[in-house]
Design a protein around this ligand. Structure first.
Ligand code: NAD
Ligand code: MLT
Length: 534
């Protein structure tokens, strides 16, 4: 277990349950160093010989810190979201990233219910009054949950548990999750509907989607206008899902009847945040996963993963490293990357319940290489839609759990002059979304979107526009983006023939705000706008 006679060092920089970390503490081959929230200078010195780094959400494992950790081999995230870790940067350095995705599902679900009940009965506000010596029964009149509609946005692990418990409260449950099928939702007792419908019908709205470019600002100036007057909203997922300024205004104007927030755009929440001054807003400091049981389980899961990694060199549940042998990796490495990129692209183009992910291999792919490439494509698709982190090992399991079929097909004929061409196709409730790619000059390239030929490097930030080809279209798009300060670094167009269906892929230098994407969608002739980040 030791490297050159030295013990492996495991650094812990966020509060993680000590009892759960005992297997690491007690192991003679490991040195556990717990240094919570170290100052930059201290962290720099600690990282010089750290082999494993364990964090919760407070520590940001950025490229800058990875550079200072030459001996780092594995990062463990005590929880679900890995949005505080530069996973791509870690992959480039061959550092495995593991997490503990299931251990805090119930804790987060129960905290959500705590917030829902607090919102309906004003429990924290009444408690605060009592502590100040008051006895005001009239001020804190509540409302009942029974007979009300709960809108669950995101029917993943936590959303499902929340939905199941709503049935016991006699609530009607509606849900929005574009990536699960109607039957799956029905099985949980929820009726699926598009987001505007859910917002308009729900008395209580609860958010359970991943953070990231696709969901950032889900509740914004435009969507708040769709919310039923007086509805109450709970966010126990990620702060960035709600534009805080919009929320404050909606509460002040009475458009929203109340809000309960466990997570914030910037944590810790600023001491002078306007949210703190609103009586019908309930705030908790990111406590969703903070139960003794969840924290114990999270720490135990991580300890197991770290021990297995050091004892057997295995990161079975790594989110970023496939467990293939070096020879296979060398041969199919580029196709694994291509499969994953195509999958991630398709995942971000989805607009309806996902039923199947199909991979089609055109040309001379070896039989034994097909399965890993299909799994890479599936991993790419699921990574775009799930919060929990998807690895090569758990991708097929997650797909099965969500009722998504996975298939691969071989077509030995050579297509369009490419000796090897890969299609990744998502079959959804509405139809098929397909993207094809090849390896060109040792690098992945997207060569077809649906039936339109394109030539796009699958890297960076992109706006994908479906449009009717017509004069002036490119100019209008360019003018709008230029006016909003968005720099276009490259642009690719695919079309069958003049004035027919076309696609534009614009590579841009920075994130594009949701309202700018919505404005693009209003240009006459544009039929679809998607934001894709690869
Ligand atoms: P999950 O991956 O199991 O589920 C996410 C669900 O969201 C999936 O079903 C996915 O299909 C759906 N989804 C993705 N994009 C969507 C969109 N645009 N609209 C609607 N649905 C969409 O994740 P989970 O484990 O249930 O976690 C849910 C959230 O809770 C995550 O943001 C996670 O980071 C957060 N979380 C917070 C705490 C806390 O302490 N407050 C604790 C655990 C998890
Ligand atoms: C998570 O993603 O697991 C949560 O935000 C919980 C946490 O980190 O405390």
């Amino acid at each position: 277990m030791s490297e050159n006679g030295k013990r492996f060092t495991v650094l812990v920089t966020d509060p993680i349950d000590r009892e759960g970390l005992k297997p690491l503490q007690d192991h003679p081959g490991l040195e556990l160093r717990v240094e919570l929230s170290p100052a930059a200078e201290k962290l720099t010195s600690l990282l010089t010989d750290t082999n494993a780094w364990l964090v919760r959400s407070e520590t940001k494992v950025t490229a800058q810190w990875l550079e200072k950790a030459p001996a780092l081999r594995i990062i463990g995230r005590a929880g679900v979201g890995v949005d505080n870790i530069d996973v791509a940067g870690a992959s480039r350095r061959g550092i495995a990233v593991i997490n503990a995705p299931q251990a805090n599902t119930i804790a987060a679900c129960e905290h959500t219910w705590g917030l829902l009940l607090s919102l309906s009965r004003n429990i924290p506000q009444a408690d605060s009054d009592m502590k100040q010596g008051k006895w005001d029964r009239a001020r804190w009149m509540g409302t009942e949950l029974q007979g009300k509609t709960l809108g669950v946005v995101g029917l993943g692990r936590i959303g499902r548990e929340v939905a199941k418990r709503a049935v016991a409260f006699g609530m009607r449950v509606v849900a929005h999750d574009p990536y699960i099928s109607t039957e799956q939702a029905r099985g949980i007792g929820a009726t699926l509907m598009p987001l505007p419908g859910l917002l308009g019908e729900s008395d209580y709205i609860t958010l359970h989607v991943p953070g990231g470019a696709q969901t950032k600002g889900l509740i914004n100036d435009a969507t708040i206008g769709q919310v039923k007057a007086g509805a109450r909203i709970v966010n126990c997922a990620r702060g960035e899902l709600i534009e805080e300024k919009t929320l404050v205004e909606a509460i002040k104007s009475g458009r929203l009847g109340g809000a309960a927030l466990d997570v914030f755009t910037k944590e810790p929440l600023a001491a002078d945040s306007p949210l703190r001054g609103l009586p019908n807003v309930i705030l908790t400091p990111h406590l969703g996963a903070s139960t003794t049981e969840a924290q114990r389980k999270v720490a135990e899961e991580l300890s197991k993963g770290i021990l297995e990694f050091f004892e057997r060199g295995l990161a079975r549940y790594a989110l970023n490293l496939p467990g293939f042998d070096p020879e296979t990796l060398e041969q199919i490495g580029p196709f694994l990357e291509l499969g994953e990129k195509l999958g991630a692209f398709v995942g971000q183009m989805l607009d309806a319940g996902l039923k199947e992910v199909r991979t089609v291999f055109h040309g001379d792919f070896e039989e034994r290489h097909r399965h890993p490439v299909s799994v890479a494509a599936l991993k790419g698709v699921l990574t775009s839609i799930l919060a929990q982190g998807v690895g090569f090992i758990n991708a097929p399991i997650l797909a099965r759990e969500r009722g998504i079929k996975t298939t691969d097909e071989i077509d030995p004929s050579i297509l369009e002059g490419y000796s090897r061409l890969l299609d990744v196709i998502a079959v959804t409730d509405k139809g098929e979304i397909s993207v094809s790619g090849a390896i060109i000059s040792h690098a992945p390239r997207i060569v077809r979107l649906g039936d339109l030929v394109v030539d796009v490097r699958p890297k960076g930030r992109m706006i994908v526009l479906e449009n009717q080809d017509r004069p002036g279209m490119i100019g209008q798009v360019g003018t709008l983006l230029g006016g909003r300060g968005v720099n276009i670094s490259d642009m690719r167009v695919g079309r069958h023939a003049p004035k027919q269906k076309a696609v534009m892929v614009l590579l841009v230098d920075e994130d594009v705000p949701g309202d700018v994407l919505r404005e693009l969608g209003q240009i006459s002739g544009i039929t679809g706008v998607r934001w894709v980040r690869l």
